[in-house]
Write a protein that binds this ligand. Structure first.
Ligand code: SF4
Length: 529
């Protein structure tokens, strides 16, 4: 069992003994004089709070499922090659790994690396780390999606006739990215959910901020219900209720106000509504967005059941959206219910297989096929390689890019926190001994970025350097190495023949042959002919 029921670090619950009953997760003997706080014990005091990742860490953390889904990207192995060089001259002096091209175009947007940052919206962790997140994406040459509910949560937002007239937070988020955007690689995207649509966030972004790309959202990997955040201020909770959000408990109830005053109630939940998409309304909506000035329209969705994957792609095809991002189950940047993260929806690799099955049918029937991005637990270049290669049956990969959220936030938070520790002369000793005690020394990209940006370099926060190092240096360089290892110098050349399945299950699910069967048909020919 990969995660123990009743004892989960994500909710700060721990059982008294380790040898718990595997089915219930309870201690084999549950005693009166137990001082441990297991999930049941904690729920006895905090009730619904225990559904969520540690509330004490809200705004300073991201959360994910730690359940093992019996297959993941490590069940596929990359098959290396030694003969020739595809996409480059077969010259050992020229076909070297740094010359591999990992550029891609996704939904009509050019990216220097095939990874972009998926919608980060009104959650505190996104807001607090925004400068690093947005500037890091811009200097990497990739895309940043501003997530849902930003205008609705912004206290400075003003409304005219029920729609957004001004939002400082939205303006700031767009401008921060654009300050370092080269105008060619990447772009800023504004995502909208049901609440955002009601408030006219799309029209505001298109007309006032000249944002060219709107992403509609149908759920996400962490949960199939609307976005949720935690509010610690009762006046803010009231403001959000007045703006039409679902706020639990009701901050206008006298009993709730009393509980908040006395301290037994510490926070409020703000929920968004769930969408009810239909094919016709979606197609009309996308047409309407284009009339409002959207150059491109994207769609983000979660790891829904296979029939919904088919429905989503039918809608996306008919509406001719530019990009669909499918987010496999598992992770959340805000306040996703832990049981939903663990137990609901389709894990990423299974989801991609469902998507590919649909796309093959669509191709056979000459239907319009949007670009695809996969998201859901991606953290390294080997997973990126496998996801893109898996999607290439003959000519071009369907998956044009990977989208990430938790991993880039982690890179930004780490870079910011360690810079803060350096200023306080409190860096971990081992770290300081190995890499130095100033940003000039411990950021390997420091000198390069200083030379590249000159006097503007001072405006690049440590978090952005962390993200650039992660996206460009680590993922980008790592991907180039893997591609050179299969002797392919262009991203669109990697395909299913570069992969082997390590297990029967992986082979059955993905259709990639088992490693012991790979090339069996050509070995004799090569040896004897
Ligand atoms: S309350 Fe019972 S099940 Fe929970 S930790 Fe204590 S002994 Fe174990």
């Amino acid at each position: 069992m990969s995660e123990r029921y009743n004892s989960k670090s994500i909710i700060g619950a721990k059982s008294r003994v380790r040898d718990v009953s595997p089915t219930s997760g309870m201690c084999p003997i549950c005693i009166y004089e137990c001082r441990a706080l297991c999930e049941i014990g904690k729920a006895a005091f905090r009730g619904r709070e225990v559904l969520y990742p540690l509330p004490e860490q809200y705004g300073m953390s991201t959360a994910a499922s730690n359940k093992y889904y019996h297959m993941d990207w490590s069940d596929l192995q990359i098959m290396t090659e030694v003969r020739g060089a595809m996409g480059a001259e077969s010259d050992p002096d020229k076909a070297i790994f740094p010359s591999v091209s990992i550029e891609t175009t996704v939904g009509g947007v050019k990216l220097k690396v095939p990874v972009f940052t998926a919608g980060l919206g009104s959650t505190d962790v996104a807001k607090k780390n925004w400068d690093g997140i947005a500037i890091g994406a811009a200097i990497t040459g990739t895309m940043q999606v501003i997530g849902e509910n930003v205008c609705g949560m912004d206290p400075t937002t003003t409304f005219a006739n029920g729609t957004v007239a001004h939002s400082e937070d939205m303006n700031y988020r767009v401008e921060t990215y654009r300050r370092f955007w080269d105008g060619e690689h990447g772009d800023i995207v504004v995502q909208t959910n049901v609440e955002d649509q009601r408030m006219g966030v799309d029209v505001y972004a298109l007309s006032k901020l000249e944002v060219g790309i709107i992403e509609r959202k149908w759920g996400q990997g962490a949960k199939a219900i609307g976005g949720e955040v935690r509010i610690y201020d009762i006046d803010r909770a009231k403001m959000l209720k007045d703006r039409g959000y679902i706020v639990i408990p009701d901050p206008d109830e006298p009993g709730v106000q009393q509980a908040f005053k006395e301290g037994s109630l510490k926070s409020f939940e703000r929920h968004s509504r769930v969408g009810m998409p239909t094919r016709r309304s979606f197609v009309e909506d996308v047409e309407w967005l284009r009339e409002q000035g959207a150059r491109r329209v994207f769609l983000k969705t979660g790891g829904y059941r296979p029939a919904v994957v088919a429905f989503t792609l039918r809608c996306a095809s008919e509406a001719k959206v530019d990009l669909v991002t499918f987010d496999g189950s598992g992770g959340g940047t805000g306040m996703s219910p832990v049981p939903m993260m663990q137990e609901c929806a389709t894990p990423t690799i299974f989801l991609e297989v469902n998507v590919l099955r649909c796309l093959q049918i669509m191709k056979k029937n000459n239907m319009y096929i949007p670009d695809i991005a996969m998201a859901g637990g991606f953290t390294d270049e080997t997973q990126m390689f496998k996801s893109i290669a898996l999607s290439n049956f003959d000519s071009e990969p369907y998956v044009k890019s990977i989208a990430m959220a938790r991993a880039p936030i982690a890179a930004v938070m780490k870079a910011s926190y360690f810079t803060q520790l350096a200023e306080q002369h409190a860096l971990p000793l081992e770290f300081a001994k190995s890499y130095g005690n100033t940003p000039e020394k411990f950021f390997s990209c420091f000198i390069e970025l200083r030379e590249r940006f000159g006097s503007d370099f001072r405006q690049i926060p440590p978090g952005a350097m962390g993200l650039y190092n992660y996206y460009h240096e680590k993922l980008g360089t790592g991907l180039k190495q893997l591609m050179a290892g299969v002797r392919k110098w262009k991203l669109n050349l990697i395909n299913r023949s570069d992969l082997a399945s390590l297990t029967e299950r992986a082979s059955k699910v993905t259709g990639i042959p088992l490693i012991e069967d790979i090339d069996a048909d050509v070995m004799e020919k090569i040896l004897l002919e």
